[in-house]
Write a protein that binds this ligand. Sequence first.
Ligand code: SF4
Length: 684
Amino acid sequence: FRPWEVKRVRTTCPHCAVGCQYDLLVKENRIVGVDAAPGSPTNEGLLCVKGRFGSYQFVHSGDRLRHPLIKENGAFRRASWDEALDLVASRMKGIQEQYGRDSVGGFSCSRATNEDNYAFQKLMRAGLGTNNVDNCARVCHSASVHGLATTLGSGAMTNPMADITEDVDVILLVGSNPTEAHPVMGARIRRAVRRGTKLIVVDPRKIDLTEGCALHLQIKPGTNVAFANGMLNVILSEGLEDRDFIQNRTEGFEALREIVAEYTPERVGEICHIDPDGLRAAARMYAAARKAPIIYCLGVTEHSTGTEGVMALSNLAMAVGKLGRSGCGVNPLRGQNNVQGACDMGALPYQYPGYQKVTDPAVREKFEKAWGLPLSPNDGLTSTEMLALSARGERIHGLFIFGEDPMVSDPDTAHVRRALENLDFLVVDELFMTETAQLADVVLPGVSYAEKEGTFTNTERRQMRVRKAVSLEGEMRQDYDIFAEVETRLGHPCRYESAAAIYDEIASLTPSFGGLSHARLDAGEDLAWPCPAKDHPGTPILHVGKFARGLGWFYPARYRPSAELPDGDYPLMMVTGRMLYHYNTRAMTGRAEGICQVVNESYIEISSRDAAALGVAHGDRVKVSSRRGELETTARVGDKVGDGEVFMTFHFPDGNVNKVTNAVTDDIAHIPEYKVCAVRVSKL
Ligand code: SF4
């Protein structure tokens, strides 16, 4: 194309939560390319391979769903909107009449806009009268939401990306592989290291950033709490703590001090399989630094002790006074582009938008007044609880899944299939006929980010505009219109004028969003919540001067081993993660030809020693089995994983690691333990 022939539409990348800004290049209602936005604070003109090549071909893919579908006698047939929406409303209502109000639930979409997420949770709460609504944060960062809210008062990243990668002395990177999962953030960290920042990598695998780091603590998977307590043990025994900060800004320190005394470097060395002197060096480096952020990701959260792992890290930061100021903090890198926003918008079973509790009578009264009907006073169920109940044939009989594909993304695929097949009724709103959509009774065609107006909230709580670049084809409808139509058919009339009007409704009900509007964002303002008033500049750094909960709380965290450890039958420990080229279930990147030419099949990383013992060579096909299932994939032999450990991604339906992962969850946030399960590998 010739540059003057294309229209440029500034929007936000739909993949990871860095939230890179770019222009979609549009010619004759088709996206023909992507150009990074120069000078954007999130990406400074950078884009990764997913943003540049994997974020537009899927929009025009020939297999996009374009009409409602109803399953009859095991096969889908095209249906009119009225027919499909009437059926959704009547079946959901019928199930509630038979089994009770809370026999239905909904999974909202962490890739959809704030406005769509708000409309979806409102459909569940006002239309169906249940708080059984959740989003995929449940399976990635719910441990952060619960953990940081408990100890600090807010479950979000404390500092902006630029603030924790520029002019900082030390970065403590725990269970995070940003060059693959958040590539532009990875580039920022790499640049910081080049400029002299000392990087401590705490990760069971060798990752790209291990090269050039000051220290790599290759801890055994599932030992994060022991690691953090060990760091604290060194800090307290050497008097490196910030006594003023502990005294003036926190509570619960003495109880934690007693526990931490048990975690000597030698004991932690044994638990974590690391050198005690390495732990001592890391603790001294982190404590002594003027500016030292903790950055972490799913290697901390996706464990049966995930929430405690998060709280152990906030203990560490509080003990050295590295919170509430520039260049520090506890910083979860959120995974999906709008997983922060899906949580902010109340697609959670315990909270309305803005983390306002559904059990708080004053809050509930506010929403009842605004929405004009009584609301459920009870906490709802998490997505993992809903699936577990349905798999056992208990309590949950109807589900509405918006833009999620748990058949690929959730642990223990056989368990997910059982749960979805047990339902009396499943409706799925999706872009494509995914593995989950194939099991549905009604499939509604969803709308991609390039066809809608709205906002995403990136990992820094920053509000990012999403703009419509191409118009919807045929009879397709905006997702929030679909939800409003179902809500209306359920007896609660609902209609939205526009995405901007929904954002205004959100602002009117959500104190932390009170000053936000599309108009302010379109005028070029750079705003991170909390932003309570129209003249408020937003809050890039949380907990300055005072924690959101008042005093920060030291949680008394004790190490417990993972739920399933290797044994004679399943002797290897499986660790899961992401790769650079593909994004989650591959619905988007799997339709980008160039990306698929680079990599389009699964693999398993195995150490040279383990491979030799099994008679497996690099490139061999192998079978991987666990107590839950088995898969076939290709071996990559090398030194990225330690002996006794193997690694796979979950991007590929064939060879999807979730056939073998464990659906056991943490007791607090109900997040599954994707990161550790026991497997056997054999040559095919
Ligand atoms: Fe940026 Fe993430 Fe998109 Fe890559 S995938 S361009 S890092 S937002």
